[in-house]
Design a protein. Structure first.
Length: 370
């Protein structure tokens, strides 16, 4: 994959783009009555784009939807949906949602006592907590999206239909592929948000129950599900910080798999995701490849319509002239409860955390590719 060398123009353009987006957001809030406005998260916004800036839900009883407390310490990290499914080996205990949380995406240490929060199309909030194996599960019902789409590996299947006049025949509410939700993982002040909207059932209809471990496992391509302020490395130097030895491991631990090379779009789950104009899907990476210092290019389309897109690297998200204003530091900072979300992937550090401090020192030293 071709790599471009960093330059001050690229960094300046990236910062200007972020500034414009922030100004646009401020204008919208001002028009609507100020930052204290209560945003209505309703069935029209159960999409990746519609829920991208939604704060983590509050005001519910933590752990209210935990499954039966007996057992639950076995097969951590494995796909619970294989057995806990209708007709499965554990068919007497069918889960609607389940999985395992860890302290990092490498799955090295189970995360005990963390909260898993789901919200469905009816704005029903589910809350589960992890046990000493890091496992969580629930049997609570999740609402059905009447305009659901099933998609996987290039396959797209409409679970609803419309007649010639546009009249809707809604998707079958008993089809678990229509039971869709937005998810957050909460551990103290640290929050990891799931950007895509996820269904309970697999796209082909042959997997009526998918656990989070089906995709988010220590050995999977996306890594384990995690939420933590723990630093990526055991120790950092006070100065002479290296991008390769100190900063890049943090990027791998906390910024992948979203900010990676190539196209990284959310899955198609709703009718509005299929629109030619203003689809409600999102690019996970937000145009950034944080596996690289200088960014990367990738090809979209094929034949005569093929063209290249440029992604910014870690350097492009820094500002050595004003380190504390670097998007790399500011965007994933932990916000006050209820604040507008600036990083759809969540918040996982403060200015007092070791990862934040070492990245800041690297930027102070010139954000070198060393």
């Amino acid at each position: 994959m071709p790599i471009t060398e960093p330059n001050r123009t690229a960094a300046t353009d990236a910062r200007s783009h972020r500034a414009v987006k922030l100004v646009e957001l401020c204008v919208i809030l001002t028009v609507l009555g100020g930052a204290s406005i209560a945003v209505a998260w309703d069935m029209m916004t159960l999409t990746a784009a519609g829920r991208a800036e939604q704060p983590v839900p509050t005001g519910h009883q933590v752990g209210k939807d935990n499954g039966p407390p007996e057992g639950g310490l076995h097969y951590a990290g494995e796909d619970c949906g294989i057995c806990h499914t209708p007709g499965g080996k554990a068919g007497k205990h069918v889960f609607t949602a389940s999985g395992t949380l860890y302290q990092d995406r490498f799955g090295s240490i189970p995360l005990v006592g963390a909260e898993v929060i789901l919200q469905d199309i009816r704005n029903k909030t589910l809350s589960m907590t992890t046990n000493k194996a890091g496992n969580f599960w629930t049997t609570a019902q999740i609402g059905s999206n009447p305009t659901s789409v099933a998609s996987h590996s290039g396959m797209t299947h409409l679970l609803y239909s419309r007649d010639a006049d546009g009249k809707l025949t809604p998707a079958d509410p008993t089809d678990s592929r229509t039971w869709q939700y937005k998810a957050w993982l909460k551990n103290g002040d640290a929050i990891s948000s799931m950007i895509t909207i996820a269904p309970v059932g697999g796209a082909t209809g042959t997997t009526p129950r998918m656990s989070c471990n089906m995709h988010h496992s220590p050995l999977g391509s996306t890594g384990a599900a995690w939420a933590s302020q723990a630093h990526a490395l055991s120790a950092y130097p006070k100065d002479n910080v290296s991008f390769e030895r100190h900063v890049q491991p943090i990027m791998q631990a906390k910024c992948a798999p979203c900010h990676v090379p190539g196209s990284r779009m959310t899955r198609l789950v709703n009718e509005t995701d299929l629109r030619d104009q203003d689809p409600t899907t999102l690019d996970y990476s937000d145009g950034n490849d944080f596996t690289t210092y200088a960014g990367s290019t990738y090809t979209i389309g094929s034949g005569a319509g093929a063209h290249e897109e440029q992604k910014g690297g870690v350097f492009d998200a820094t500002d050595p002239t004003a380190p504390d204003e670097s998007a790399l530091l500011l965007t994933p900072k932990i916000r006050a409860p209820g604040s507008t979300v600036e990083h759809p992937g969540g918040g996982f550090w403060t200015k007092d955390d070791a990862d934040y401090k070492v990245i800041r020192q690297w930027i102070v030293e010139g954000a070198k590719n060393n």
